[in-house]
Design a protein around this ligand. Structure first.
Ligand code: ADP
Ligand code: MG
Length: 260
């Protein structure tokens, strides 16, 4: 089933073309990577899908519904989740409390928070933590977690909204290489099991080539290549403008290893 259709999105900032005729689609359960050098327009494209930016022209269609230009909260309610940043977790609260807060917020039961927040959505929160291998850390305050674990809690918070589409703009930024691959493996497993479509961008080519079903390559606001990892790798333009051939070979070896 087609989850997301992006049609000819354009966005200019002053004289800078941040996105030019960006078009792609995403199926339920599919993991789509958008890669490209800094300033290529990846975040701009994400933000037009998530509603943080209004496109100059073009359309974003989610499960047949035109969501172009809707505010982020409306798009979120329609099933689009984003992995939030560290600042948006409550650092002095425990891991479990953070997740319960997220679940309460998604359920729009904020009034009840004043009553007995500690009992609300506790089982759901624990189950989510378990999926992410974080159940043992439930009672720990956020500000005692290692960075990679904070990232996993951010992912759990995004999943708390039961998204059908998950947008992840550099979800592993700042993580060690081994942790990056592990987080993406976790995302890929959960997404495939729950048929969540994932659009992500990531600088680590090993993580991209190991886990993406398809890859879009963006350069100066334009998609210059799109396809299966093998095809993108073989694309001479991609090799010329973006990726060193040797780096790609290494990334494909990592993919082969990850898939046994
Ligand atoms: P990426 O995420 O691929 O690194 P961005 O989407 O952040 O790229 O940026 C694409 C281009 O648009 C860059 O040239 C950037 O400087 C410009 N840009 C992005 N956001 C803004 C903004 N809010 N105002 C002005 N220029 C912007
Ligand atoms: Mg960016």
């Amino acid at each position: 089933m087609t989850l997301l259709v992006v049609e000819s999105l354009n966005k200019n900032f002053g004289g800078v073309v941040a996105a030019r005729n960006v078009s792609f689609s995403l199926m339920a359960g599919e993991i789509l990577a958008m890669i490209g050098p800094n300033g290529a327009g990846k975040s701009t494209s994400f933000n037009m899908v998530g509603g943080q930016l209004r496109p100059d022209s073009g359309r974003v269609v989610l499960e047949g519904q035109d969501i172009t230009g809707l505010p982020p909260c409306a798009i979120c309610r329609l099933g689009v989740g984003r992995s939030f940043q560290v600042a948006q977790t409550f650092l002095s609260m425990s891991v479990l409390e953070n997740l319960q807060m997220a679940l309460i917020a998604y359920a729009q039961r904020t009034r009840d928070m004043l009553a007995r927040a500690d009992a609300l959505f506790r089982d759901e929160a624990l189950e989510l933590l378990d999926q992410l291998g974080m159940a043992d850390a439930a009672a720990r305050p956020m500000n005692t977690l290692a960075y990679g674990d904070v990232k996993r809690v951010e992912l759990a918070i995004a999943l708390a909204g039961k998204p059908r589409l998950l947008l992840m703009d550099e979800p592993t930024a700042g993580m060690a290489p081994g942790e990056r691959a592990a987080l993406m493996r976790l995302v890929a497993g959960i997404a495939r099991r729950a048929a969540i479509g994932v659009l992500f961008t990531e600088h680590d080519m090993d993580a991209v080539f190991a886990h993406a079903d398809r890859i879009l390559v963006l350069v100066r606001g334009e998609i210059i290549a799109a396809g299966m990892p093998e095809d993108v790798r073989a694309n001479p333009e991609v090799q010329r403008v973006y990726l060193g051939t040797s780096g790609l070979r290494a990334a494909l070896r990592a993919r082969a290893a990850a898939h046994g």
